[in-house]
Design a protein around this ligand. Structure first.
Ligand code: CUA
Length: 287
């Protein structure tokens, strides 16, 4: 390998250097699958599948870039002072810098500026993720209960515009949520028991499902496919089995699923429990 280490380096330093270079080469050469390489390019984020995900993805990438740049500057300065002010043979202690006002102002202001920039972009992207659609094409009432999900397709115009049908699930038989590519959805979240969290990793965002509080969010799926969803809030003994699938399909396939649910007799709004209605001051989802 064409690695040239300076001749005057002590033998031990050279050995360590060669070892590190060897390890780095091995890591670079060891096979990453095409999928892993793709994932590395997104810095481990899943592929975004909604109209809200590009913004979240840029926030993720820019945050990493900011963190890495800060790291490089800080590590660089540490390395610089370690080398430049290392102990020398003349044994003189370097100048000790204390009460350096400009430096203290710099290291107070710099982090404050960084936090403000992160804050601004987090709020901006947060608002975009929370942006509500005026008239969503579909309304789905999601019920998270110990320990599965129920998806209510509320008076969907792809059925008859009146009948609400539901897809129940169990830990043994996780439900599948159907969505139409290119059509907006409003998710209304409710829980009859404890706090769950509705998480489809491909949405790059998640939202708590709280008893007595009706969180909701809107988005438009942008990519066909079958994806995974799960509960992201420790909610009891079978939390890890609160899984579901998400299928982003064509309008025809979506309508066929609604027909199937209706034919199976899954009509009406299934909210998991009466509790959803009876917590003081709260209305049930879909009311
Ligand atoms: Cu529901 Cu964890």
């Amino acid at each position: 390998m064409g690695l040239q280490l300076p001749k005057r380096m002590p033998a031990r330093t050279r050995r360590v250097g060669l070892l590190l270079a060897g390890a780095a080469t091995l890591m670079a050469l060891s096979g990453c699958s095409a999928q892993e390489k793709e994932s590395i390019k997104r810095l481990a984020q899943p592929i975004g599948i909604s109209d809200r995900t590009p913004e979240i993805h840029s926030l993720w990438m820019w945050t990493w870039l900011a963190a890495i740049s800060t790291g490089i500057v800080v590590w660089g300065l540490i390395g610089y002072v370690v080398v430049k002010y290392r102990r020398r043979s003349d044994d003189e202690i370097p100048v000790q810098t204390r009460y350096n006002l400009p430096m203290e102002i710099l290291y107070t202001i710099a982090p404050v500026v960084m936090v403000l920039v992160f804050f601004y972009w987090t709020v901006t992207v947060g608002n975009e993720v929370q942006r509500k659609v005026a008239h969503p094409d579909h309304t789905i009432d999601v019920v998270g209960q110990q320990w599965s999900w129920t998806f209510n397709y509320v008076a969907d115009k792809d059925l008859d515009g009146q009948t609400t049908v539901f897809q129940p699930g169990t830990t043994a038989d996780p439900p599948t949520l159907y969505l139409v590519k290119g059509e907006s959805v409003r998710f209304n979240l409710s829980s009859p028991d404890v706090i769950h969290s509705f998480w489809v990793p491909g949405f790059l965002t998640k939202l708590d499902v709280m008893p007595g509080l009706h969180n909701s969010f809107d988005l438009t799926p942008t990519r066909y496919g079958t994806y995974r969803g799960k509960c992201a809030e420790l909610c009891g003994v079978y939390h890890s089995r609160m899984l579901f699938n998400v299928k982003i399909v064509t309008k025809a396939e979506y309508a066929a699923n609604l027909q199937r649910l209706k034919a199976a007799g899954n009509t009406g709004l299934a909210l998991g429990s009466r509790e959803t209605y009876t917590i003081a001051g709260q209305k049930g989802a879909g009311e």
